[in-house]
Design a protein around this ligand. Structure first.
Ligand code: ERO
Length: 312
């Protein structure tokens, strides 16, 4: 079965890659992704300056495989590290490179985008509007007018096809409002849904204590428990963005959830929590599982069933 796809005009041999933030902060991790069964790779969201991030424990898997909680606080090497990585990246090999940018201000996003545009590299830029874990910085993804203003500045600067990382939405009116903004920008080629479900609180029964240290234990939720919210966001934007694509992320732990994301409309599928727990060998397992499901159902390519979820 053929798992290949295109996103923002570039070809991926298979639909899978890492969720930004997982296994992608340092070039050794990115090298492991390049050598893995993934179809692509994306870097950890970059800020203008290097950041240590929040104090640990700041990521934990939750008991019973239900998912994870994180309040990393945007630890990253600073955008120049990723710009240099993108400059020396071998674009002749099969995997396209995505670069995630998450400036702490529009001015920082403009400076970082300008540097990447001036370098004129084949990598695809993804602007992260949805980091829930920087204390004192409400995420842009929940301020529709601010997101529109940011895109009005950034889209013309970027010129080429690019993407944005969105938080989960839970209200139909919000799907409508966000889609209306996204549809205004022709070179905004795709949206990645969803970022973690912001500000959950995981508490340990025995110690009666929050599991993670930052923000009184409040952090973004990921993994299997966010699957249905992720599927809803993927399908909501698939229905509302006819000339764009959706990358699906959230709750993919096996070929089954990947199949559901594509059925909901995803052109590619990112994996965060499960990659963090299992490591890059996971991609070979999940590809095989998806192909088995497709063969059982008689699908030859992911294009045969993308977006074809039925309703009653
Ligand atoms: C870019 C920061 C993010 C972080 C973080 O670095 O805390 N965690 C997430 O779940 N999503 C993000 O977008």
């Amino acid at each position: 079965a053929d798992l290949s796809t295109t996103v923002a005009g570039v070809h991926l041999d298979n639909v899978f890659f890492n969720a930004s933030g997982v296994w992608c902060q340092h070039e050794e991790e990115l090298k492991a992704l390049l050598e893995s069964g993934s179809g692509s790779l994306i870097t950890k969201s970059a800020t203008f300056e290097h950041r240590e991030g929040n104090p640990s424990p700041r990521y934990l898997p939750l008991p019973g495989g239900v998912g994870s909680i994180n309040s990393m606080g945007l630890p990253n090497e600073g955008y120049e590290y990723y710009l240099n990585y993108a400059k020396q990246f071998d674009y002749t090999q099969a995997k396209p490179l995505f670069i995630s940018l998450s400036g702490l201000s529009l001015a920082d996003n403009v400076k970082m985008v300008t540097a990447f545009v001036e370098a004129d590299l084949p990598c695809i830029l993804e602007v992260n509007f949805s980091c829930p874990n920087v204390p004192g910085k409400p995420q842009l993804g929940y301020d529709i007018d601010a997101m529109d203003a940011a895109l009005a500045t950034l889209a013309p600067l970027i010129k080429k096809p690019f993407g944005i990382k969105l938080p989960p939405y839970f209200d139909i009116a919000h799907f409508d409002q966000v889609a209306a903004v996204v549809n205004k920008y022709d070179n905004l080629a795709y949206v990645t849904c969803i970022n973690s479900v912001g500000n959950g609180l995981a508490i340990d029964l025995d110690t009666e204590t929050a599991l993670i240290k930052p923000k009184d234990g409040f952090g973004g939720l990921g993994g299997l428990m966010v699957l249905q919210t992720a599927l809803a966001n993927v399908n909501a934007f698939y229905r509302r963005l006819p000339n764009k694509q959706v990358i699906g992320v959230g709750g993919v732990v096996s070929g089954k959830e990947a199949f559901l994301h594509i059925l909901a409309g995803a052109s590619a599928v990112q994996i965060g929590t499960q990659l963090k727990e299992e490591g890059p060998a996971m991609f070979d397992r999940i590809k095989k599982e998806l192909q088995e499901i497709m063969e059982k159902k008689g699908y030859k390519s992911v294009n045969d069933f993308r977006g074809k979820v039925k309703t009653l």
